[in-house]
Structure formats: C-alpha cells, structure tokens
Design a protein around this ligand. Structure first.
Ligand SMILES: [Zn+2]
Length: 409
C-alpha cells in the first residue's frame, strides 16, 4: 500500500516519505502515516472488545485467550501492540467503585479507594483520555502516535518553505512539470526556497519600504540563516510584517503564474485578432447592459481582409429585459448592419458562447430568445455565406471598449 502511494505521490514528492507524513503545523505535508493508521485501527478493535464484552467476538476471544481475566491483563492475546496502546490511553471513571479491578492488576494501579470520594451512584467506566467524549477514536490515537514520534525523534519544528516542500519553479522543473525556472515576480533569478524567502528583489523592496532592519551580509551565512537572524532581531510588529509580506508575495506569485499559464494557452489558439480571408467581411460586436435603465448599447465593427475597418455603428436599445437578451439583440443588429452595408460573405465574431451555440443549432428553441434567433435565421438568407465564431473578450477588445464608450454618451 505504501509503495503504491509512493508511486502515486512521486510527482509531489520532494523528499522522503516520513518527512511528508509530518503534520503541516510542523512543516510536513500532513500525509497519513499508514503504519500508525493501521495501529490506531487495530486499537479500535481492542476498545470494542472492552466496551462491548457481550459481543460474540469478545466472548470467543475471552474463552480462547483470557478466560479468567480481561484483555488488558491477558498474558497473550490478539494484537498485543494495539492492546498496549489502549492500556496507555484509558482511565477509570469512578462511579460506585464496584467494578474496579483488584489491586495487583498488572496494568491498572489501584490503591485504596475511599467510597466517600464517589459523588455519583453511576457505574464505574473505562474512558478514553485522548478524546473529549471519552470514546475511543482512530483519529485521536493517530494524533497521539504522531506526537510521540515527534517527541522522540527531536524533530525541529519548521515550515514548508524551509523544508523545500513548496511547489516553486525549481522544484517543478526538477519533476519536469515546468520549463520556466525564473521567479515570476522579479524574473531576475531562479525561483527556489532561498529566493522566495530572502533574495527576491521585490521582497527586498517591500522590506525596505517597511523599514525592516535586515541582518548584515557576512558572505558566509546562507539566505536561510540571514532570514532567521533578521526575523529574530525584529520586534513583534515587524515579525508580523515579515510573515505577511512573504505570504502576500507567494499569493501574488501564484496568481501571476496562473495568469501566465492562461495567456500562453490562449496564445496557442486565438489570442490575436486576425483579419478575414479575402472576399469575406469580419463583423465584431459587443453589447453592454444597464440594469437600472434597462437599456443596452451595441457596437458593431466591420473589417475587410486587409484589416481595415469598413464600417462601424453604435445602437441604443430600450426596454431590454436582461443581459442575455441584450447580447442576442446585438447579434441581430450586427446582421442588419451587414445587410445595410451590402456585405455578401460574413464571419461574425462575438464573445457570447451560449448565443453562438443557439445560432449554430438548427433545432427548436424554447428560450425567451426564440423570436430574435428566428429573425436572425431569416436575415441570414440575404447573404451568400454566414459563419459564427466565438472569441474571448480579450480578442473582441475593440468592440467591447467601443460599446463601453457608447454607453457613456
Ligand atoms: Zn523574485
């Protein structure tokens, strides 16, 4: 199972598995430690045997392994390790004192119990000390095991940036998940943990403007040591500023790299406006809708194969129901404009995918747009050739800004 998981997470794995299994609060990635998880699950079986002694499995095991005692004091028995875990985590909640184990029990130390201590007449009960409800839970035992491991291994608490667990460009490059290795913010150097933590020019500028006192450069210390020194000489408020600026930089950097991915993806397809082929006219248009006045403005631009604008118009519609209708009216207006101009072969580009879909589908339309769509279909008969193309708003920018301009006037 662990090797399967290892293979599955290989892409994300920047270090050994045990370090990744540490909780996020101490600089790990919080992956489940399956050995611990398995132990905690086995311990659940023991806790069931204790809390439900009359169930068939409990009876069989008792008859076989510990006929004269209980599972905690049995010399041999099932899941010995799990039994120890339970023994360490349970407490007696004293009720009437009747069911408490006798002194001499090798697992529970019972001294003289004074009956006057007991205030309730309820029964004595074994409770699980690591959970507020007193009931055993796998989660709580797992937590105990991880805490013990951290205590025993002298693991120094750190963060993901220090442990080099962040998915920055250098790490992604090593996993062949990215080709760009430069910092998306300053574009001046390799983006690795040291750069993000310390040397990024943008970060240095922010700290300079916040007047944070920076540890002197002694040419020997690494970026991490200089960071630690800077952090430890800072007062409480500056420490907060340092932490917040690193966080904000990482946030900004993630937004930037996502934007870049988006742009490079678009540039592969249709980022730029292209003129139509010879003999065709390209119509670009856009609509804006003002909900208060229920009006919409439509701008239509016509260009030829040279890229020259051969006609443009702006219309104002009144009593428009919603933005969807405004878009459909804009398509209708664009076709009417092309008829008026006497164009014969058209390529119509708009940024409303749902209306283009409706125009391309020849079936029955049940929406409120049906009269407009039907009218456009009739108008299409005036042309030798009409085709519709969806373009992102970025490409339709000229028509979009003209429509916005038209709204102001
Ligand atoms: Zn940088």
């Amino acid at each position: 199972m662990r090797s399967l998981l290892n293979r599955f997470y290989k892409l994300y794995q920047f270090t050994n598995w045990d370090a990744l299994c540490k909780p996020k609060s101490v600089g790990g990635l919080g992956f489940k430690n399956l050995v611990f998880f398995n132990k905690a699950l086995l311990a659940k079986q023991i806790s069931r045997l204790l809390s439900q002694p009359s169930c068939p499995l409990a009876k069989i095991l008792k008859a076989r392994y510990y006929p004269f005692s209980d599972i905690l004091s049995a010399k041999i028995g099932p899941y010995p390790y799990a039994r120890d875990l339970i023994a360490d985590g349970i407490l007696w909640r004293i009720g009437n004192g009747a069911s408490l184990p006798r002194a001499g029990n090798n697992r529970v130390l019972v001294q003289n119990i004074n009956p006057n201590w007991t205030t309730a007449k309820s029964e004595d009960m074994l409770v699980w000390k690591h959970e507020g409800t007193g009931e055993y839970s796998v989660k709580s035992e797992y937590r105990v095991l991880v805490a013990e491991l951290l205590q025993n291994s002298n693991y120094t608490s750190s963060n993901r940036l220090f442990n080099n667990f962040l998915s920055h460009s250098c790490n992604l490059f090593q996993r062949t998940l990215r080709v760009e290795v430069n910092c998306p913010l300053c574009k001046a150097a390799l983006e690795d943990s040291d750069h993000l933590l310390w040397s990024c020019g943008i970060l240095q500028q922010i700290w300079a403007s916040l007047q944070i006192k920076i540890a002197p450069d002694d040419c020997i210390s690494s970026c991490k040591i200089r960071f630690v020194t800077t952090f430890s000489i800072a007062d409480y408020q500056n420490r907060q500023l340092i932490a917040i600026s690193i966080w904000a930089l990482w946030y900004r950097r993630n937004n930037l790299s996502q934007e870049n991915l988006g742009v490079s993806y678009r540039s592969l397809s249709t980022e730029l406006w292209n003129p139509p082929v010879i003999g065709f006219i390209k119509i670009n248009f856009d609509a804006t809708f003002q909900i208060d006045s229920r009006t919409s403005t439509t701008t239509v631009l016509a260009s030829d194969s040279e890229g020259e604008v051969v006609g443009a118009e702006t219309y104002l519609f009144e009593d428009v129901v919603d933005a969807f209708v405004a878009e459909a009216r804009a398509y209708e207006r664009a076709i009417l404009f092309a008829i008026k101009m006497g164009f014969r072969r058209l390529l119509v580009e708009g940024d409303s995918p749902s209306i283009i879909k409706k125009l391309k589908t020849k079936g029955e339309d049940r929406s409120i747009l049906r009269p407009i769509i039907q009218h456009i279909r009739i108008l299409e008969n005036s042309f030798g050739n009409v085709s519709y193309l969806f373009v992102p708003r970025l490409v339709n920018a000229v028509a979009h800004s003209l429509a916005l301009e038209g709204r102001k006037r």
